[in-house]
Design a protein around this ligand. Structure first.
Ligand SMILES: Cc1cc2nc3c(=O)[nH]c(=O)nc-3n(C[C@H](O)[C@H](O)[C@H](O)COP(=O)(O)OP(=O)(O)OC[C@H]3O[C@@H](n4cnc5c(N)ncnc54)[C@H](O)[C@@H]3O)c2cc1C
Length: 555
């Protein structure tokens, strides 16, 4: 059943067995596991079906260094489906090394193993609609996928890993009918949780205070509570719930909001290949199940260990779009069309020098390649606008075998990188967040080493070269700041309460009935995008909660 929170009586208290706060990838995944559970489940979602400026403004906050981190109301979406309403759908499992303690990286290691999460990836992949849970290039397609560069096996990199793409699934729209048909799950839209209220002993959440933009207030009294509001909003709600805990819930050791991670990413360099054009394939291939798949080069575990690095990957990318010297009509047309794209999509299209001369050069590129440009846009309209399963991103065949490299890397945990509460409050009286995102030297050193290893391999194999200025790697990696939509680590999982916020079951240390779902609990960020692992970990949590409810029923 799906209702507006404004239909709930003002001042009332709704009893239930399980209350889930937040209906993004995590919250909806969890709710779907209880559709026919015989339990009373309430899913509180702050937004509605459509974007709403007043609701979205609840996400506004202060950013300590605006050049390094986007505004807090950009990227994440406060509406049904959460940020999956705009995500790109790239699905990748974490690597086994991400879970291991790595002596060369402070605060690394999860208190659970890769296998504890990996067994949930197939079901997570199915919910994300990313096809078979097969992430090996050899096995994903009959006969294997085409190599990115034929007869090139760069030492230090794993070649067989791929990323698969969700259509991308908007969890709200996709699972709306199932949620609406459920008699056990009640979804309340426009229902903003503003406080988790514990008993005076501070160890059990007794009720969740809820407010709507229209001014209605009510409470939900739940046996168990799961907060699934995303990596920035989760610490905000915990920190703001301080009626019986001065520093906020779960914050005895002042760790809530710390270790905030995004990813480090950037496009860099000029790769010139001296191989025939048909030796190179940097695009997508479609698996039999319809999912788009793409190859990538990840730093292998031995190399990370040997060089003391974090995890990271490279993809062969088309030349930088804003620089018209690429000579590509399609890329220049994209550049000229950038006012049509959203903030999230247009960020890397921003001009960085060049002025009117560059503009003319872009126009010349379009005019000299009219057929390629028109074909490119027809493909975009057909496969990105009108297709249910969208072509994941722009891929352009390089006229001169000229490419760049896309780097996407782990940001290592840093306790000084932090989400905290500011002084200002939002329209519902909740303190706004302050985000002080900090990276660490090893984040940049990992990118530098990956690039130099790759260049050396290209030359050793006689396949070409990578031209870049090693002194400018940090500049390129930080030019767009923290990778916008990935908010990780602010309520990390730990074996002991002194080193994290939740235990191995995602239950807040010291709390009887409060759990967290989402990337906030990840102790490390991997090279992989977070959502597949968010969904997998949420399925694991659902399994645990189901067993708890069954035990309680049997008793
Ligand atoms: C442009 C873009 C592209 C991306 N592409 C990828 C990708 O390719 N691959 C990938 O893995 N990830 C990607 N992501 C990240 C992905 O969208 C997130 O990892 C995912 O949505 C996180 O799910 P979540 O449920 O934890 O949080 P969210 O999806 O943010 O959901 C949180 C929900 O909680 C609700 N909420 C918040 N506060 C409250 C409150 N107080 N009370 C009630 N409800 C509340 C929100 O309205 C929202 O519905 C991308 C993100 C962006 C912005």
């Amino acid at each position: 059943m799906i209702l507006s929170a404004d239909t709930i009586d003002d001042g009332s208290e709704l009893p239930c067995d399980l209350c889930i706060v937040g209906a993004g990838a995590a919250g909806i995944t969890l709710a779907l596991q209880f559709l026919r559970s015989g339990l009373r489940v309430i899913l509180l979602e702050g937004g509605g079906w459509k974007p709403d400026a007043t609701t979205q403004s609840l996400y506004e906050g202060v950013v300590a260094e605006p050049d390094l981190h986007p505004p807090t109301d950009r990227y994440r979406q406060r509406r049904m489906g959460g940020t999956t309403t705009v995500w790109s759908g790239r699905c990748i499992p974490f690597d086994s090394i991400d879970f291991s303690p790595r002596p060369w990286l402070a605060h690394s290691g999860w208190p659970i193993s890769y296998d504890d999460v990996a067994c949930w990836y197939p079901a997570a992949n199915a919910l994300c609609e990313a096809g078979a849970c097969e992430f090996s290039a050899t096995a994903a397609l009959p006969g294997g996928m085409r190599p990115t560069i034929r007869s090139f096996d760069p030492e230090g990199f794993a070649l067989d890993g791929i990323e698969r793409f969700s259509p991308p699934t908007d969890f709200g729209a996709r699972y709306r009918a199932k949620l609406a048909a459920s008699g056990d799950v009640r979804v309340l839209l426009g229902a903003n949780a503003i406080e988790l209220v514990t008993g005076p002993e501070g160890a059990t959440v007794r009720r969740i205070e809820v407010a709507t933009i229209a001014g209605r207030r009510f409470a939900v009294a739940a046996g168990r509570v799961v907060v699934a509001t995303g990596g920035i909003e989760t610490p905000r709600l915990l920190l703001a719930s301080r009626r019986h805990a001065e520093a906020g819930i779960g914050n005895h050791h002042r760790l809530v909001g710390r270790y905030y991670m995004c990813h480090i990413a950037g496009t860099i360099g000029a790769v010139t290949l001296n191989v025939p054009r048909d030796y190179v394939w940097n695009g997508y291939e479609k698996a039999e199940d319809g999912a788009y798949c793409r190859r990538r080069w990840t730093l292998d575990a031995a190399t990370q260990r040997e060089h003391g690095l974090a995890n990271g990957l490279l993809r062969l990318h088309f030349p930088a779009i804003p620089d018209p010297r690429h000579g590509s009509g399609p890329l220049s047309a994209l550049y000229l069309a950038k006012p049509l794209f959203s903030y999230e999509r247009a960020k890397r299209l921003q001009n960085r020098g060049g002025g009117a001369g560059a503009l003319l050069h872009h126009l010349r590129n379009v005019v000299t390649e009219p057929v390629a440009t028109a074909g490119f846009f027809m493909h975009g309209v057909r496969h990105r606008v009108f297709s249910a399963r969208k072509y994941p991103s722009v891929i352009v065949r390089s006229p001169g075998n000229l490419f760049s490299l896309d780097y996407h890397g782990e940001q290592v945990p840093n306790p000084d990188s932090r989400v905290s509460l500011g002084r200002e409050t939002d329209a519902l009286g909740l303190p706004r967040v302050t985000v002080d995102w900090r990276h660490s030297p090893v984040d940049i050193r990992t990118a530098e080493t990956a690039l130099s290893l790759f260049d050396a391999a290209l030359r050793r194999w006689g396949r070409g070269r990578l031209d870049y200025d090693p002194a400018l790697v940090a500049h390129h990696m930080l030019r767009d700041g923290a990778y916008g939509g990935h908010h990780i680590g602010t309520a990390r999982m730990s074996a002991t309460p002194t080193s994290g916020v939740v235990d191995t079951e995602c239950r807040v240390h010291g709390m009887h009935n409060l759990y967290l779902a989402g990337a906030a609990v990840f102790p490390t960020s991997s090279q992989a995008n977070p959502t597949l692992t968010v969904v997998a970990l949420t399925l694991r949590l659902a399994d645990r909660l189901k067993r708890d409810f069954a035990t309680a029923r049997a008793a």
